[in-house]
Design a protein around this ligand. Structure first.
Ligand SMILES: *[C@@H]1O[C@H](CO)[C@@H](O)[C@H](O)[C@H]1NC(C)=O
Ligand SMILES: *[C@@H]1O[C@H](CO)[C@@H](O)[C@H](O)[C@H]1NC(C)=O
Ligand SMILES: *[C@@H]1O[C@H](CO)[C@@H](O)[C@H](O)[C@H]1NC(C)=O
Ligand SMILES: *[C@@H]1O[C@H](CO)[C@@H](O)[C@H](O)[C@H]1NC(C)=O
Length: 351
């Protein structure tokens, strides 16, 4: 036999692969995404709340990557940063807008993933099987690209021209993740910002027909978001056709959220859906520096005017995972994976 003084890295890789095959099929729940995926990789802004999502997926909570720790863990990981945009600062500077908050774009997050996270895997096979069995969440992102500009007074006609570029940044990230080995990607659309307290305050109108009579939301802003969502879905459809062996899932945040704007009472939002959790603020008004939070946030949809309360997020997450607000339905995708896993041929080993 060969010398045992130094361990052959190929043997370690094979051993790790063997171990992962042994431990994978542990879940027994008939409908649990943890039976299909081993981890979550998250990209996006503060709305990419993978903690909330992970709870409904029954997967381990997702630690943020960018918290200054130097963990050697290679499990679930969240690259999302509050205030992040799809496009880089340079894009907005070229349009004469210098109002960034986070200075973090999707391509920065992808860079951390490729250059800081993936190298933690010592063998290519390990990295491949990690990516293949992960659920990759690309977003929510894009909201801030519009928020910063619109709330800073940039003309809506100019902001409208950002849409194809924002959608392009998201879809090129999706393609790159697929090329790296991702197999299942969830890409959310944007929320109906015409219903958010911050926008309702800033774009208050005396013209009644600017508002949707059922929800009280601002029509033009929701039409703007619908346009973004439509262009995003068209791009995702194209990518899906080019990559038939991946599952690209659109998460319909817009309609999942619209349920509680239409029927706040039904979801326990007894204070209505349009007022933020902020007692000292007038209707919609959220920028009062003396503001404290309300006593019972779960009675409100809006936390601070732009972000939702925990209660609203969890209804949103539940809607995506347990109800039919993903296209195609994630339950069906998961069932296909489970079927394939239970009849799995040994994966091709690439060392
Ligand atoms: C993180 O850990 C790696 C490997 O242990 C080390 O090479 C690197 O310098 C560390 N980075 C920081 C920022 O501590
Ligand atoms: C924003 O990020 C870019 C690229 O990382 C960097 O060159 C630039 O200095 C940053 N700007 C600010 C204001 O932090
Ligand atoms: C009110 O808004 C509607 C649609 O948003 C528009 O067609 C109409 O011209 C506006 N009326 C006034 C008086 O501005
Ligand atoms: C399951 O396996 C079939 C046949 O090999 C393949 O066509 C299909 O894409 C696989 N589905 C998933 C979700 O991996």
């Amino acid at each position: 036999m060969a010398s045992s003084s130094s361990t052959n890295p190929m043997i370690i890789c094979l051993f790790l692969l063997f171990l992962s095959l042994q431990t994978k099929h542990a879940s027994s729940s008939p409908w649990s995404l943890s039976a299909c995926y081993d981890s979550i990789i998250g990209f996006g802004d503060s709305l990419a709340d993978t903690g909330n999502l992970a709870r409904y997926l029954d997967l381990p909570l997702v630690p943020p990557f960018y918290d200054g720790k130097n963990s050697s863990d290679v499990g679930s990981v969240n690259f999302a940063v509050a205030g992040a945009s799809a496009l880089p600062d340079s894009y907005f500077l070229s349009k004469g807008i210098a109002i960034r908050q986070a200075n973090t774009s999707l391509s920065d997050q992808l860079g951390w993933f490729k250059n800081k996270f993936l190298p933690k895997f010592q063998c290519p096979s390990e990295r491949q099987s990690f990516l293949r069995s992960a659920l990759v969440l690309v977003g929510e992102v894009g909201g801030n690209d519009y928020n910063h500009a619109l709330l800073d007074g940039t003309s809506k006609d100019l902001v409208f021209t950002f849409i194809p570029d924002v959608v392009g940044a998201i879809s090129s990230t999706v393609k790159e993740l697929i090329n790296l080995g991702a197999r299942t990607l969830i890409v959310p659309g944007n929320l109906p910002i015409g219903c958010s307290a911050t926008y309702l305050s800033q774009f208050k109108s005396s013209n009644k027909s600017d508002y949707n009579p059922k929800t009280g939301c601002l029509n033009w802003l929701n039409e703007f978001v619908s346009n973004h969502n439509k262009q995003l879905r068209a791009q995702l459809d194209l990518i899906q056709k080019e990559h038939p062996h991946t599952d690209i899932i659109y998460a319909d945040y817009y309609n999942a959220a619209m349920r509680f704007y239409l029927h706040p009472d039904k979801y326990g939002f007894s204070k209505g859906a349009l007022t933020a959790c902020c007692p000292k603020c007038g209707p919609y008004k959220v920028d009062n520096p003396e503001a404290e939070t309300c006593d019972v946030p779960s009675q409100y949809v809006s936390w601070d005017g732009l972000h939702l309360t925990e209660a609203a997020y969890s209804i949103l997450a539940k809607g995506l995972i347990k109800e039919s607000y993903t296209i195609p339905q994630i339950e069906q995708i998961c069932a296909n994976h489970m079927f394939n896993r239970s009849y799995a041929v040994p994966p091709r080993i690439v060392l």
